[in-house]
Design a protein around this ligand. Structure first.
Ligand SMILES: *Cc1c(COP(=O)(O)O)cnc(C)c1O
Length: 458
């Protein structure tokens, strides 16, 4: 029998998260006056214990015991050798993936939802609000809130709300409340509907709604939660890469190439940041975040200061951004439809430590189907973007006759995305190419904002 999976014991799980802020220089988030935001100014939005984590520069942060107790419901996740895919591609490359689809909601997202719900609970919070794209984050937070006895309200981007009714039902099963965004419950939502009554919605608008709903609660017992982009979210996800590094070590392997798809950047950060640390310490590794060509934040948008949401409630963050008002075309990888990129991931791109890639929707689905028909697992549409890049690299290794070791993050399963697969099979999916003109136009919104400095960490 050939080795397929590398498993860790629960006792071998990492006990600390890796905080990349200890190792890179960052431009600070800016408030409306153009000055760096203070932790106090974020207090109406997030609980102080998470704000402290957001700004911490400690390299290693302990994972609290009650968080470990819930993570072990599905962690450690398996590291799988994709032998059937290797064979199909006839490549000398050895392909491994970290299977994050085994969590109860089916993606990597509960890795941060659980600690976020825990820290809110410790701070005395009773209600949490959030936004969701494809519904994975909303279902992850609903699950996490149910574990810690918190009420959860989710604003779900309209186009996904209509395309993916089962995610809403998952949220409701865990006791969450799911609302299509833009809604008429908030001013940000009503404004968006007034601008365009038929809008498919966007993560930017949904974030504005969720923040407004949290800050507007006069009892002070509601806080907002973000499923990606922010430093503390990247921190919580590093458990993926830390486990993967241990698992590879067990079998005497080490990756030449690390790949993750990137919407806001968190699952990529999760698998990649521990290897970024190794790279900064001298290891020779290629590290690729992969985005959809229809929402080309990292590959076509500049590094600027911009808001994380459409109504500009968030501070200005230093990031690659298509502009906070950007509404991406309604392609199917809902989790990759965000206008910005995590400041930490953006900083690594600016420094050339990681290299951004993009793939088209159709090549992503083709890659996903090849994988389903060889490996068996059906990947989420988001994950197929990473797989398309893996296949490119595996074929390149074949051309060069090199035994490359490729590691990627299987960020979620596609079992609730079969409607999108159906559209692919019936030829209804197409590629969306944005013109330079469209991109220039959408970027106008931050023209007048301060510009981030180009910082060098090493
Ligand atoms: C949300 C999601 C993503 C993208 O979000 P990141 O913050 O970039 O990780 C990717 N894959 C799946 C399955 C998702 O649910």
């Amino acid at each position: 029998m050939e080795l397929k999976k590398v498993l860790l014991d629960e006792t071998e799980m990492p006990r600390q998260w890796y905080n990349i802020l200890a190792d890179i220089k960052m431009n600070p988030p800016l408030g409306p006056d153009g000055n760096p935001v203070t932790p106090d100014s974020l207090a109406p939005v997030f609980p102080m214990n998470l704000i402290e984590q957001e700004v911490s520069t400690e390299r290693w942060i302990d994972i609290p015991e009650p968080v470990m107790d819930v993570l072990t419901l599905w962690r450690p996740s398996p590291l799988v050798r994709a032998r059937a895919l290797e064979k199909l591609l006839d490549t000398p490359a050895r392909i491994y993936f970290k299977d994050e689809s085994v969590s109860p909601p089916g993606s990597h997202k509960p890795n941060t939802a659980i600690p976020q719900a825990y820290y809110n609970k410790m701070f005395g919070i009773k209600h949490m609000t959030t936004e969701t794209g494809a519904g994975q984050w909303g279902s992850a937070l609903s699950f996490a809130c149910s574990q810690f006895g918190i009420q959860c309200k989710v604003f779900m981007v309209r186009v996904s709300f209509d395309q993916k009714p089962y995610r809403k039902l998952m949220m409701e099963t865990w006791g969450g409340d799911c609302i299509a965004s833009p809604s008429n419950l908030t001013r940000a939502g009503r404004d968006a509907l007034e601008r365009d009554p038929d809008t498919p919605g966007s993560l930017g608008i949904a974030i504005s709604e969720a923040i407004e709903a949290a800050v507007g609660d006069t009892t002070g017992k509601t806080r907002y939660s973000l499923g990606s982009v922010l430093n503390h979210v990247m921190l919580h996800q590093t458990i993926i890469g830390l486990e993967a590094r241990k698992q590879m070590e067990k079998i005497g392997e080490y990756p030449d190439i690390v790949i993750g798809c990137a919407g806001g950047g968190s699952n990529f950060a999760g698998i990649a940041f521990p290897f970024v640390l190794d790279k900064m310490n001298g290891k020779d590794i290629k590290i690729y975040p992969v985005e959809p060509a229809a929402c080309p934040t990292m590959t076509r948008a500049p590094f600027v200061y911009d808001h994380g949401d459409t109504a500009r409630y968030t501070p200005m963050l230093p990031m690659h951004s298509l502009g906070h008002a950007f509404v991406p075309p309604p392609f199917h990888a809902g989790g990759l439809r965000y206008h910005g990129m995590a400041p930490t991931v953006s900083q690594l791109i600016v420094e050339g430590i990681v290299e951004a890639r993009s793939v088209s929707q159709l090549s992503a689905y083709e890659a996903g189907i090849k994988t389903a028909r060889s490996e068996g697992r059906i990947p989420a549409p988001e994950t197929t973007h990473a797989i398309a890049c893996v296949i490119e690299e595996a074929l390149k290794a074949k051309e060069e006759g090199k035994e490359k070791v490729i590691l990627f993050n299987w960020s979620g399963h596609g079992l609730l995305d079969l409607g999108a697969y159906d559209k692919f099979f019936s030829g209804k999916l197409k590629n969306y190419e944005l013109s330079d003109e469209e991109i220039k136009q959408s970027e106008k919104v931050y023209e007048s904002f301060p510009k981030p400095q180009v910082l060098k960490s090493r």
